[in-house]
Design a protein around this ligand. Structure first.
Ligand code: UGA
Length: 457
């Protein structure tokens, strides 16, 4: 059993704390936000993530996890994880103020020979700068870079059944200790899945990859940037499919069947959002620029991504005509299903575009309303139910793949709305199913409204 401190109680820090505590380690979760620490101490997560409340409650009850805003516990910790936020600056570069502030604060207290593990996503070279700060303080603390690859919405399963765990650092003993700590999770997987009430995965054999500190940092941003690139590539092809009567889902199914390419993250739609891809891509561009390296490929990926909500809105407007007397429902404000997170959410962007262009906009999301509220234009009408959102609308746009939206009864829905336009912003519905109830289907790269002669109203 190790004494662990985890600084930062966001998605990564809270999931890691819940998992390590339920594997028998003594964990202190540290966050400057006392609202968050008291929520965690009551056995709940400060955000929605499936299964996490169960794990937190168990860990708090058996005394293995406590949350605090004080750094005091770092003085008795074998390993301190840094999982603080790295938001973007207005110029797109990564804002590292929390990374440095928390590292310095912890290092002052950490015992000799302890290990500081950076899990926050940071530009390559950051670890070297933090290590310099450590030596200025005169502390013999080993620095390890071990980025996290979990996705929101499947955070627990991703951390338990990982593809790879990356541990980078120059001190071989510290690297081994961190790998051993991760290995301790392996034996508890099934038990943790039971507590969290999530499905245990079979046959997933992830690997442990040990690298240099700088490679580990670059692995993380490269992974996210490549996934973002795949999405923007699929969206570019979708725009061409719209002009040529091809179907981007059919195209990507066949393209992705090539093992060298793979099908994952080739789903075209309203583009990527969230707290990671947009800022990690801009952070990579900024970090490359700092080293005099051009990254036009990532600039293009960003431009394509940012164009997608407007692209969808334009196509809807072509169909509906002037928006000032129109009512539209946007279903889905979370940047993806399974989370209450609405940061850089395409659903929010779509709602604001339609509202700005004069439509009456009604929005609904099963989890993300309170997080999205401040980013929505004041005139957007927030609904408490799906039924309320779609009642009397000319068009429905589904922006997030919540199960509730996949399970909708389309013939009932047709009776509740006024118009008949159904916009599948993530290409997740069967066109035949939607059209069988008399709705007009509009996807992204799946149907050309104008070319296919859908009636203009
Ligand atoms: C992403 C990475 O997938 C994780 O590996 C990484 O750990 C995390 O960022 C992070 O850096 O913390 P996340 O942002 O939770 O995870 O969500 P994803 O599932 O990657 O989805 C990101 C966005 O891309 C969502 O808006 C999603 O709807 C969109 N997306 C995804 C597409 O538009 N098309 C796709 O084919 C896949």
């Amino acid at each position: 059993m190790s004494n662990i401190a985890i600084i930062g109680s966001g998605y990564v820090g809270t999931t890691l704390a819940a998992i390590l505590a339920n594997c028998g380690h003594k964990v202190t979760a540290i966050d400057i936000d006392e609202k968050k620490t008291s929520i965690i101490n009551s056995g709940k997560a400060p955000f929605y993530e499936r299964g996490l409340d169960f794990l937190l409650l168990e860990a708090v009850r058996n005394g293995r996890l406590q949350a605090t805003s004080s750094y005091e516990h770092t003085s008795s910790s074998d390993i301190v994880f840094s999982c603080v936020g790295t938001p973007d600056n207005p110029d797109g570069s990564s804002n590292l103020q929390y990374v440095f502030a928390s590292a310095k604060k912890a290092a002052k207290l950490m015992p000799r020979g302890s290990i500081f593990v950076q899990k926050s996503t940071v530009p390559v070279g950051t670890g070297g700068r933090v290590e310099k700060e450590f030596s200025k303080i005169g502390k013999n603390v080993s620095y390890i870079s071990s980025p996290e690859f979990l996705r929101e919405g499947s955070a627990i399963a991703d951390m338990l059944w990982f593809d790879r765990v990356v541990v980078g650092g120059e001190n071989a003993i510290a690297v081994r200790k961190v790998v051993d700590l991760y290995r301790s999770i392996e034996g508890c997987r099934k038990h943790l899945a039971d507590i969290g009430s999530i499905k245990a995965l079979e046959g997933v054999q992830g690997s442990y990859v040990t690298t240099s500190r700088n490679s580990a940092e670059l692995i993380k941003v490269t992974s996210n940037a490549f996934l973002a690139l795949k999405i923007s590539f699929a969206n570019s092809i979708a725009k061409l499919a719209d002009q040529t009567d091809a179907d981007v889902n059919e195209v990507m199914d066949a393209v992705g069947a090539d093992k060298r390419i793979g099908r994952a993250f080739l789903n075209a739609g309203r583009g990527y959002g969230g707290g990671c891809f947009p800022k990690d891509v801009s952070g990579l561009i900024a970090s490359a620029t700092e080293h005099s390296v051009d990254m036009p490929i990532m600039t293009a990926a960003t431009e394509v991504n940012e164009s997608m909500p407007g692209y969808i809105a334009n196509r809807v407007m072509k169909h509906l005509g002037a928006l000032d007397s129109k009512k539209v429902a946007i279903l889905g404000l979370a940047f993806k299903a399974g989370t209450s997170d609405s940061r850089r959410s395409p659903g929010v962007a779509l709602a604001n575009i339609f509202d700005h262009d004069g439509a009456e906009v009604r929005v609904y999301d099963p989890r993300a309303v309170s997080e999205a509220r401040n980013d929505l234009r004041k005139t957007v009408f927030i609904c408490a139910s799906l039924q309320e959102a779609i009642s009397g609308v000319d068009a429905i746009l589904v922006a997030t793949e919540w199960q509730e939206f996949l399970d909708m009864d389309f013939s009932k829905l047709k009776g509740i709305m006024k118009g008949n336009l159904f916009v599948d912003c993530q290409n997740i519905y069967s066109i035949a199913r939607i059209e069988s109830v008399g709705l007009n289907y509009l996807g992204v790269g799946r149907r050309g409204v104008i070319k296919e002669g859908i009636n203009h109203e």
